[in-house]
Ligand binder design. Structure first.
Ligand code: OOB
Length: 979
């Protein structure tokens, strides 16, 4: 069943050799040239890479691995991937190339098929625990003797070896033939069973050398590997192996997003990159705001899925370099558009075969060749195309013709110049972002779930993903299908994330073809139609439902957040006066940019004389009845309203979202409302699931020492600001410091634990894409009710709350009699009154509570309450603009304080000391100050706290105050590892 590699068209410099010899040859040829660079700037020369690999190969040999064994490599694009891959080849072990996003079900099935001796995993990546998976695999698969982890030596145990610590005496060279299997690649699959593709030394060597030549790879080139290196496209078409063959440099990136990959292009002068179409689309869109210098790029290759001509053209225009389309398959055949093809050919076709010896037939249902120019199934046979899958006799009988042609399942036609155009496919497969998913596999997984009678999966054209997975489910009896429940059950069953359906629809009557089979084409049409009527701003009024509940509101709110945590749902949870309101997903978004432009997600924008006026205009004709918006303002919003230069601003300064659905939880009742009636059952299901679930576990707190860093710097900036104030430059400023949280934070569990120990006026928990935050607001910045009554609550003057009544009483007395604290408080109240006067009728402004003591978690404050009534013509946003930022978190006068904060802190505060708010269609607004909070962005988490400085302040006391405040959140941080 091996491919015929005799008489492959090779040039003399590409003399074929077993893959295990290649690296040694490259080290001889290219020695000190840089082979690898990663995103943190670490470099390895060919000689160094070879040296490391020799050591590891010896270690693997010493650990008992032998030529002909199999080993699964399950790694992202790190150096560890390359060490593992080359070391295995060097020993003669056959790597089985798993994709980094595969999960337990896939890995388990692949192991059962390949029976690997060893399993190579990364250290913990994000939320996925590879080590536990490896241990489970070891318990299940007898063949698996060795787990090798690319991580710290401290993780070494009897069963787990650390990749870079492997050593042994020199490894013997294996005896190998060009026809022996070198690697096992993954097949996209059309059945519920995984398939492995045995690629031989000879055919794979040809694959990357001939491809590299065709694609103009040379010594000076720099290839950026953003797609998984384990995929044939990135690995060898020509990919990383093609680059090494020419002596070029490979830059590895674990992330493919343009804000991480594009700076790498600029930094390392990347010349070549390979993308799938959905990623290419994001890169084109990303160029609107990502302005890295991409002028080094010579060639962008796009393959793996159909590239629309429009996008192809945009790519050429926007990125401004040559494009090449690659139509390939792990089974072998590679088609490329040529570098010197006319632009039209590059944009309109998927190219022609790599080798003159590639045979391509285009056939009808009876395997007869179709007339030239017509579409039919692509059959192929050739020097580097397999003749059979690994250990799959049954599958091979249907995937290959008797005379050895591979049935690709792709529907193609050929133009007059021999270029192929992919028209579609006949195989039952979904191509989601270039990842191939078998419909049969999804259908089987779903059929096993409770309440499901039959399921049918289809690929539906999708703007973002190329194709999305839609599953139609016929329920058992009169059961209702809860999409959320289905997704959760699939994930819990270990289905890889990218295979979990994007759209789930209930169906009672299947559309049938003439042959009485389920008509999947019609299902695609139904899926498109149902998706287009459900979401977004189609409906103008909310559909309501209410439920009764015995659950305490706080606990139920937390449990609801737990239920939706695994979804890609964005939400804001806001607590006020014993009610927890949860806004889910976005029907409309309004943002304020750093230049004061207010943009609405329906494409409208405003730029009036004042920001508050622009916001009012944007909210004036919101097309939903009785809307309630959830928003957040970054501290830097203040620089805009004060007309100061803001050197830090990146994203929007204020974001207001009108949610698609809402859950309001009060004692005894839960009110649900949604703009999309189809989502009501899901909302009900979320609440029901929450009621049944337990509360988050809080038994794995993060040990965070709030005193461990920043002491010197903080004391220095305090001393500098005190000096400013003693020179009379301003009266008061709040300077803060951030504390990084070293390990992953479970935001929901931490909110739960923290809220139990805090007594805030408001609390919140929110998730917006990668950004998450929660916090316990000590004060409101401003509230405005529907009648125009405005209130603010300046808090200034702080002492600790220790929990020991006597000590706290003594501290309270101290607080109430300390001249410095009283003076600090009085000036804050005076400023609040002045600001209220700018939005309210003069005679209405009164201080109705003065200098009471309010307890807030681990601290107590002096607090006052100022109220007034809006002047005619002013809105809640006028008051917001005048009172923001809270004096408690900025200083006096605010303009000078802002300038001092900017100069001393030197970085954006973001949400810290900004606010989280609710605004309603009746003109009311409730904005809570964001302090005592935790923030998490793209996996990095932090806390931040400050102290109010006056001319008498001492660095020591203010440092202490930041520690006290950090103690309202720090001790309740819960590690995400347990969940
Ligand atoms: C590549 O390999 P696989 O094995 O993940 O997927 C192969 C299938 C093809 O049969 C075809 O259905 C689809 O992916 N495909 C394309 C395409 N390239 C692959 N469909 C339309 N247009 C294209 N340009 O995906 C692969 C392997 C090596 C190089 C490039 C892609």
């Amino acid at each position: 069943m091996k491919a015929d590699i005799s008489e492959l068209p090779m040039s003399t410099c590409d003399k074929p050799m077993p893959l295990g010899h290649c690296l040694a040859q490259w080290a001889r040829n290219y020695g000190d040239r840089i082979a690898l660079i990663n995103e943190t700037g670490q470099c390895l020369s060919y000689a160094q890479l070879h040296d490391r690999v020799e050591h590891i190969a010896s270690g693997l040999h010493a650990a008992g691995l032998r030529a002909g064994d199999h080993a699964m490599v399950h790694m992202p694009n790190t150096f560890g991937f390359f060490y593992s891959f080359f070391a295995l080849l060097r020993v003669g072990v056959i790597p089985v190339m798993a994709m980094p996003n595969q999960r337990e079900q896939d890995i388990d099935a692949l192991m059962a098929l390949a029976q690997p001796t060893a399993y190579f995993i990364p250290d913990d990546v994000g939320e996925h625990d590879y080590l536990t998976l490896a241990q489970r695999m070891q318990a299940r698969h007898e063949s698996l003797r060795l787990v090798v982890m690319d991580g710290d030596v401290e993780h070494e145990t009897r069963n787990v070896q650390i990749l870079t610590a492997l050593k042994g005496s020199a490894c013997p060279w294996p005896e190998q033939d060009g026809r022996d299997t070198a690697v096992l690649l993954l097949s996209g699959g059309t059945t519920g069973m995984p398939k492995l593709i045995p690629r031989t030394h000879g055919d794979y060597f040809y694959n990357f050398t001939a491809s590299a030549r065709l694609c103009g790879f040379d010594r000076e080139m720099v290839f950026l590997a953003v797609l998984p290196a384990a995929h044939n496209f990135t690995l060898a078409s020509p990919g990383v192996l093609g680059t090494f063959q020419c002596g070029g440099t490979v830059v590895t990136s674990v992330s493919a997003s343009c804000d991480e990959a594009m700076p790498l292009i600029e930094k390392y002068k990347v010349t070549h990159v390979a993308l799938v179409p959905p990623l290419a689309k994001l890169w084109v869109e990303g160029r609107e705001w990502e302005d890295s210098d991409l002028s080094s790029l010579k060639l962008i290759q796009v393959g793996g899925a159909r590239l629309e001509a429009g996008l192809a053209r945009q790519l050429v225009d926007v990125i401004g370099c040559k494009l090449q389309q690659v139509f390939g398959m792990a089974e072998g055949l590679l088609c490329y558009t040529r570098l010197d093809d006319p632009l039209n050919t590059i944009i309109q076709t998927q190219g022609r075969p790599l080798s003159p010896k590639d045979e391509v037939r285009i056939v009808d249902e009876d395997d007869h060749d179709v007339p030239e120019g017509q579409a039919g199934q692509l059959l192929t046979r050739g020097p580097y195309t397999i003749r059979g899958y690994f250990r799959a006799p049954v599958q091979n009988a249907s995937s290959f013709t008797e005379d050895g042609f591979y049935r690709s399942g792709d529907l193609v036609r050929r133009d007059a110049n021999g270029n192929l155009i992919v028209e579609g496919r006949i195989k039952e497969q979904i191509n989601r972002c270039g990842e191939k998913i078998s419909t049969a596999e999804i259908e089987e997984a779903i059929s096993l779930l409770h309440g499901v009678h039959v399921a049918a999966a289809v690929g539906v054209p999708d703007e973002l993903l190329g194709e999305r997975i839609c599953v139609f489910i016929k329920p058992e009896g009169s059961q209702t299908i809860d999409p959320l429940h289905i997704k959760t059950a699939l994930r819990e069953g270990g289905l890889s994330d990218y295979k979990v359906p994007d759209q789930i629809e209930t169906i009672f009557e299947w559309p049938l073809t003439a042959a009485k089979k389920v008509d999947k084409r019609r299902l695609v049409a139904v899926a498109l139609q149902r998706a287009s009527v459900s979401p977004d701003a189609k409906s103008s009024s909310y559909l309501h439902e209410s439920m009764t509940t015995n659950a305490p509101p706080f606990e139920l709110a937390v449990k609801v957040a737990e239920v939706i945590r695994h979804e890609t749902i964005n939400y804001v949870l806001y607590e006020r006066h014993g009610e927890w309101t949860l806004g889910l997903e976005c029907a409309m978004r309004i943002t304020v940019d750093s230049d004061g432009t207010v943009c609405r997600s329906d494409g409208n924008s405003w730029r009036s004389t004042s920001v508050s006026e622009s916001i009012e205009q944007a909210l004036a004709d919101i097309p939903f009845d009785n809307w309630r918006a959830y928003g957040r303002a970054e501290f830097e919003f203040a620089y805009l309203t004060y007309g100061l230069e803001n050197p830090h601003s990146a994203g929007p300064l204020l974001t207001i979202v009108i949610p698609k659905s809402e859950i309001r939880i009060r004692l005894g009742t839960v009110q649900l409302r949604t703009l999309d009636s189809a989502e009501m059952p899901q909302l009900v299901a979320i609440v029901e699931a929450a009621e049944k679930n337990g509360l988050p576990r809080v038994d794995s707190p993060i040990a965070l020492d709030v005193r461990s860093t920043g002491s010197v710097q903080y004391r220095d900036i305090v001393a500098s600001a005190v000096q400013d104030m003693r020179q009379g430059r301003y009266q008061k400023v709040i300077l803060s410091r951030a504390v990084e949280i070293p390990s992953g934070v479970d935001m929901v569990a931490s909110y739960y634990a923290g809220r139990k120990s805090n007594t805030p006026v408001r609390s919140f928990l929110l998730k917006d894409g990668e950004f998450q935050a929660y916090g316990f607001s000590p004060e409101i910045v401003v509230t405005v009710d529907a009648e125009g009554n405005v209130a603010t609550q300046p808090l200034a003057g702080t002492r600790a709350l220790t929990g020991a009544p006597e000590k706290d009483q003594q501290l309270r007395k101290e607080l109430e009699s300390d001249v410095k604290e009283i003076a600090e408080h009085a000036v804050s109240v005076k400023l609040a009154v002045q600001e209220m006067l700018q939005a309210c009728q003069a005679e209405s402004v009164v201080v109705d509570e003065f200098m009471t003591v309010q307890e807030r978690g681990s601290v107590q404050h002096l607090a006052s309450h100022v109220k007034g009534v809006l002047t005619p013509g002013a809105s809640a946003w006028t008051a917001f603009e005048k009172l923001f930022p809270a004096v408690t978190a900025s200083g006096i006068p605010k303009r000078e304080a802002l300038e001092s904060i900017n100069r001393h802190e030197g970085r954006a505060r973001g949400l810290y000391s900004g606010c989280v708010l609710i605004a309603e269609s009746d003109g009311s607004l409730d904005a809570a100050l964001v302090l005592r909070s935790a923030y998490r962005d793209a996996g990095r988490a932090s806390l931040q706290a400050g102290a109010g400085l006056v001319p008498h302040s001492t660095p020591e006391r203010e440092w202490e105050e930041t520690c006290e405040k950090l103690t309202s959140v720090g001790p309740y941080l819960i590690s995400s590892k347990e969940h």
